[in-house]
Structures are given as C-alpha cells and as structure tokens.
Write a protein that binds this ligand. Structure first.
Ligand code: 5AD
Ligand code: SF4
Length: 430
C-alpha cells in the first residue's frame, strides 16, 4: 500500500510540474513515506530526518504515511527540520502543502479526509514496474486486531466503485500492463456503496464478484492481497478455479496457531476455521501457492501456544511466510498488556518457525522442479546482465537466462533449481 501511495504521489507531483530525481543530493524537496506497523519502521523516520537535516543546502522536508497520520503535530517537535506533515488520506493536497511552505509558511499540516474526486491512477512512468500495477480497491480497516495500528493510521474501510476499478484495468491494459494487483488491508471485505460495474456478475460476496468482473476484462494476470481469514469466502477459490487469469496465489495471514492467542488478538477466526479455508485452497486444481504472516511473542504467548503455531505451519505447508516479532504499538488495545515474552525468546521462536517454513517452502519448490511456470519477465537481475527475473502466476520469484528483448513478456520457464525464496530455470523455445 505504501509503494502504491508513493507511486500516486509521484504521478500527481509530476502532473503539477515537479521533476523527480533519483539523486537525493539533487533534491530541493524530500518527502519521506512512513510505516508504523512496528516500532523499528517508525525509528527509521527519525534516522532519515537526522540525515536530511545535516545537509547544508537545507531542502524542504515533508513526511507522509502512517507515522505522519498518527504523530501529526508531534513530528515537528520530535523531528526538528520537518516542514510539512501530510496524513494518509490527505496526499491529494500535497502540492498545496509544498506551495504553502514555499511561500514561507512554517509547520504546514494536513491530516484531513480524502477528496471525493481523488485521482487513484498512477502514470506509467511512476510505476515500480512498467508491466505490473497496483490498484487499491479498498482502503482502511475495520477489524481492530488488538496488536495492529492500521485501523488508526488508515482509518475506516472505504471501497472504490467497481466501475472505476474496471476502467483503470482497461486503461492499464491499453498501456501494456500484463499484471495487476488488487490491493487493500483486507480485500475480502470489499463493499462498494453501489453495484455499478458488477451488474450481471455472479458471486457470493462483492469481492468475488469483483474478481470475476476484473477477470472478464481479459487482462493477462490478476493477483490480490491481503486476505483476512474470517472474510475469505470459499467462492474466492471457486473464482480462481473458473478463471485462468486469476492467479494461483493466496496470501492469508494467520498470525498464530493458538486459539488462546487468536482470541487475545481478536482475529475473529480459530485454528479450525482457518484450516477449513486452507483445505479448500488445497483442493483447487490450480495448485495455489499459500503464503501467510505470523506474529511470534504476542503478550501471554506460552511455549505451548507457540508449538500450536508450529503445528499449524506444518499442517498448512506454507509456500512462504513473513514472521514478525510482536512489537507493542501505542494506542492499540494490546499495548495495555505486558509485553512479557523477552526479545531473545521472540527471536528463538522466530528462528524455529522460520526453519519449519523454510522446509515446507523447499518441499513445495522441489515438487516444481521439471515443471513449467509462466513467468512475467519484469527486470534484468541485479546479479547478472544475462539473467531476467520475474514472478510466476503462483507468485514465486523465478530467475532465468534470457535477453532484455523479452522484458514485459510472459515466458514459459522450465524450473531446474530451487533456492531460498526463488527458483531458477530455462526459458522454453528460445
Ligand atoms: N507487531 C508485530 N507484527 C505486526 N504486524 C502488524 N502489527 C504488528 C505488531 N504490532 C504484522 C502482522 C501483519 C503484518 C503486515 O505485520 O503479521 O499481517
Ligand atoms: Fe491490522 Fe490486518 Fe487486523 Fe486490519 S485485519 S487490524 S490491517 S492485522
């Protein structure tokens, strides 16, 4: 979501006549986009502010993103040298803030709401890849998991009209984009205020109807994230089974494998209900890749609870997983609980879980050796000029030797080797 925000901000500033630079030392204005999901991310902001402040030419400095929204005015005191602060839904007025600072105004702040006519599009030049585009379909979150700051930094759920999403998909197809990611904190609770754009499209939930409607545009590949277990309706898997262009990848954060901890996190799902979702995913004929997020060391998590998480990870055979050490976030309900698992113990649990997920990842990747995956050639590998890198439909990173003329194409790659977090193979027929 943050990458997507940065792309849109870059697009709107260029449209207003600003020029982007890749060289930080050349910049007259520096804008820091921030994350507050864990304490470490928040600390990074203050380090970066300190670095910019040391510059003699004193560029204009602004802060956007979740830390801006949460800290607001406090940022001016805490991070001396900050000229303006723009909240998560105020990014459409960034140009105004810059002009006001340019005219001499001090400490400009805008934490206001999004404009009704906010432009969600990203110009092709500002996309992180020319062939892949993010499309936010819902912003904010109403779930209030007890450890999570997102409902406070991103506000309440608001869905974009399906007609607008489909219009964006069609425009991106014309621009040569092959893959879109429908994004949101919880895409499964997509609930637009009208059915405009979904007329005549079947589905058990507005999100599965949207998936089918987007699939019908004929765009080559559609991925979506993040899913929320309680709202992950089996009809989503039915839609994937029906439409080849809905990619065979599901990111379904479980957070814990202990019902006691899940209750404490107020996730609204149990280990058993999660397993039922996974069983449906595994039943698909599409060979769906399953990835997850897990927090270790939530307040009160015992060794027994943690072993339940290990057992669940073994059961689910995750193809990949992001593991986080619990980080108390001020303002969240869990912040009131004692952070009673030591950092060392969190690290030990992190490593034990990582070993299990690495193993299930290796086992699932080894099954792919000798098979052919469809890979979007996204860029030249950082390690070698003769190797291209991209993602398969199942969202695995695949590297393969090939020339740059294939960039942007979907290539059939026969997998020959499995590495940590990536596969290696050879393009067929070239
Ligand atoms: N501490 C640790 N991890 C967290 N996450 C969210 N909040 C916290 C926190 N306070 C993790 C969750 C979420 C991912 C994006 O970040 O696993 O799915
Ligand atoms: Fe945070 Fe995700 Fe829970 Fe929303 S659903 S509160 S974003 S962890």
């Amino acid at each position: 979501m943050n990458v997507s925000d940065s792309e849109r901000v870059a697009s709107s500033l260029v449209a207003e006549g600003y020029e982007l630079t890749q060289e930080e030392s050349e910049a007259d204005i520096i804008l820091l986009n921030t994350c507050s999901v864990r304490e470490k991310a928040e600390h990074k902001l203050y380090t970066r502010v300190g670095q910019v402040r040391e510059r003699e030419d004193r560029p204009m400095l602004g802060v956007m993103g979740c830390v801006a929204q949460l800290e607001g005015e406090n940022l001016f005191a805490h991070g001396r040298g900050i000229d303006f602060v723009i909240g998560t839904r105020a990014v459409g007025r960034l140009g105004d803030a810059i002009s006001r600072v340019g005219q001499g105004e001090d400490r400009v702040i805008d934490l206001g709401e999004r404009e009704e006519d906010y432009d969600w599009s990203v110009s092709d030049r500002q996309r992180h890849s020319p062939y892949v585009s993010f499309i936010p379909i819902i912003e904010g979150c109403n779930k209030f998991c007890t450890y999570c700051i997102v409902p406070f930094s991103r506000g309440r759920e608001k869905s974009l009209p399906a007609s607008e999403i489909i219009r964006q998909v069609r425009r991106l197809m014309e621009e040569g984009v092959s893959e879109i990611h429908l994004i949101g904190q919880n895409v499964n609770s997509y609930r637009p205020s009208s059915a405009e754009g979904l007329e005549g499209v079947a589905g058990a939930t507005p999100f599965s109807r949207l998936l089918r409607a987007v699939a019908q545009t004929g765009i080559e590949r559609i991925k979506f994230a993040t899913s929320f277990p309680r709202d992950f309706h089996p009809d989503i898997v039915d839609a994937i089974d029906e439409h080849e262009n809905l990619c065979n990848w599901v990111h379904l954060p479980v957070q814990s494998g202990s019902n006691v901890v899940l209750r404490g996190m107020r996730r609204g799902h149990t280990v058993e209900s999660y397993m039922r979702r996974i069983d449906r995913v595994r039943e698909s004929h599409r060979d769906i890749t399953l990835t997850t997020d897990i927090i270790v060391g939530f307040p009160g998590e015992t060794e027994e609870d943690f072993q339940d998480t290990i057992r669940l990870a073994e059961y689910c055979k995750f193809d990949s997983g992001y593991i986080f050490r619990y980080s108390p976030r001020p303002g969240t309900p869990a912040y009131e609980l004692e952070d009673d698992v030591t950092f060392e113990e969190k690290t030990r649990r992190f490593q034990e879980l990582e070993r299990v997920i690495r193993r299930t990842q290796r086992e699932s990747q080894e099954k792919i050796i000798g098979k052919t995956l469809k890979v979007l050639a996204e860029r030249v590998s950082a390690k070698s000029d003769d190797v291209l890198t991209g993602h398969s439909t199942c969202h695995r990173v695949v590297n393969f030797p090939a020339g740059r003329h294939l960039l942007g194409k979907v290539i059939e790659v026969e997998v020959t080797e499995s590495k940590v977090n990536s596969l290696f193979g050879h393009a067929k027929g070239i």
